[in-house]
Design a protein around this ligand. Sequence first.
Ligand code: MTE
Ligand code: MO
Length: 413
Amino acid sequence: MPRRPQPPLKPGKDPVAFVARRLEAHRPPGPFQEGAFTSRLHDEGVAARLGLALAVTFFTCFATGLISHFAQNPLDIGFLSTPVSPGWLYRVTQGTHVAMGIASIPLLLFKLWTVYPLLFTWPPAKNVVQATERLFVGALVALAVFQLFSGLANTVGWYPWEFNFVVTHFWASWMLIGVLMIHIGAKMRQTRRALAKPVEETEAHAESPPAPTGTLSRRGALGAAAAAVGAVTLTTVGQTFRPFKELAALAPRVPGIGPQGIPINRSAISAGVTETAIDAAFRLRVTGDVQTPLELSIADLRAMPQHEADLPITCVEGWSASGVWSGVRVRDLLERAGAPEGGEIIVRSLQMRKSFRTSELNTIFARADDTLLALDINGEPLHIDHGFPCRLIAPNRPGVLQTKWVTTLEVRT
Ligand SMILES: Nc1nc2c(c(=O)[nH]1)N[C@H]1C(S)=C(S)[C@@H](COP(=O)(O)O)O[C@H]1N2
Ligand SMILES: [Mo]
C-alpha cells in the first residue's frame, strides 16, 4: 500500500524521531552493526515462548503473593477474608509462590539472553512511542530481577539490605504486574504471530542459514530451558512437598530438618526465652475484655480437654512441615474466661525483643476447632525451640503468625 509522503519532521513534533534520524548516520561499531548477532536463538519465536511461560509464573506469583499478603494483613470483609479451612491451603499457595518464583529465574535469564541484542538496536528508538515502550521494558526487567533476587534471598533467610523485605516485595509486585500488563499489551500481536509459526521457522531469522550440526536448535534450547526449570524445581520443592525431600539438595531448610521433624525458625536462645520458658512460675494469661481473667499453669492447661490437630507450619520463607499437635482449644480458653463473641485476640509471646512476638486471631480463626494452644507435638512435649511450654497452631495460617512461647491471649472487642 503506497504511503502518503511524510512531511519533514521538526524537533518539536517528535523529538525522539528527530534525534533518531540524525543518529542513523552515526551507527557505532561492534554490536551495533547489523548482523552482529548470528545465533538462531536470538529469535522472537523463542522469546515469545519463554515470555508465555514467564507470564504464567509471574501471574501465579502475584496471585499467591496477594493471598499471603491478605493472610498476614487480613481484610476480614466477606469473601475476601482468609478461610479457616482447608488447613493446608496456605501451605499449597505459599509453596506454589516460592516454586514458581524459583522456576522464573532460569526462564528470565534465558529470555534476557534471547532478547539482549535489542539493547544494541540503532537508533535506540525510532519515535517517542517506541522510546516509551523501551523505558517500560527497562523497568520491567529491573523489577523482575529485583523481585526474583529479593524473593530468593528471602527463602535462604538472607537480608543483605536495609529496607523491609515484605513491604518492598509487595509494592514492587504491583509495579511489576502493571508494567508487565503494558508489555503484554504492546507485544500481543508480535507474540501471537511468533507463536503461530513452528519455532524453527520464525520470521526474524527466516533467511538465516540452518543451524550447523552440533549447535543447539531453537527447539533444543527451549527443551534446555524446560530442563533447567525442572532441575531447580526438583532440587528445591522438597522443602515443602515432602515426597521430594531426598532430592532437595538446594533447599536451605530440609537437610537434617529439625527437632520433632520440623525446622526451627527462631531458636529459644535467639528469642531470649531460655529461662522464662522453663520457669515453674510460667502462667498463661487470658486477659482484656473478659469476664474472668485467667492465669493458668501448665498443669492447669493439661487438666483441660486436650484436642489434636494435624497441621503444617508454613514459613513464608518457603519451607513447610506438618505435625500432629495437641493441646487446648483457644475457643475453650475464651469460653472459660467469659470472652464475648466477636472481637479479636492478640497472642503474645514470652519473647521480649525482635520480631514475631505477637500475632492476631480474628474471631473465626480463634474459635475454629483446630486452633490450639499446643503443648505437644507428635506425642511429645514441645521442644523449647518449637515454643515450649505452649505455642499457637491454627489452620491455613502463615508460619510467622504461629506464635511460639505464648504467655498471653488478650481479648479485644
Ligand atoms: N515468638 C515467636 N514465635 C514465632 C517466631 C518468632 O520469631 N518468635 N517465628 C515464626 C515463624 S517466622 C515461623 S516460620 C514459625 C516456625 O516455627 P518453628 O520454629 O517451630 O518451626 O514460628 C513462628 N513463631
Ligand atoms: Mo517463618
